[in-house]
Design a protein around this ligand. Sequence first.
Ligand SMILES: [Zn+2]
Length: 111
Amino acid sequence: MPIYEYECSSCGTIVSTLVRGYDDPDGLVCESCGSKELRRIISKVSFHLSQGDRINSYRTGSEKDDNFYRDSRNIGLRAEQMLKHAGVEPNDAFKSKLENLRSDPSRVLKE
Ligand SMILES: [Zn+2]
C-alpha cells in the first residue's frame, strides 16, 4: 500500500497515511488543528522507483531528507545493499522480516 502525504491548508502540517487503492481516504483530518482541508502532496521519491532502483540509488554517506525516513520502503535498504555488494542473496526469513517492517513499521516496537 502506498503512503500518501497530505498538507493541511490551514496550518501546513503534513499528515502521512496508508491508502488502499487510489482514492483519498474519507474522514482525514489534520492532526494538529483538526481541519479537513487537506491536499495531497505527490512525494518525489515515493513513486516510480522499483525496490532495485532504491537499493542502487541509496548512498550511505549522503544526507537523507525527512521524506526518506518517512517512507517505510526505505527500512532496511542499507542492509539489502550491503548484502548485494557482498554477493549474498538475502534469505527468506530476512526478506519476510523486512517486508513486515515496511508494511507495518509499528510492529518493530511490539517485537
Ligand atoms: Zn492543520
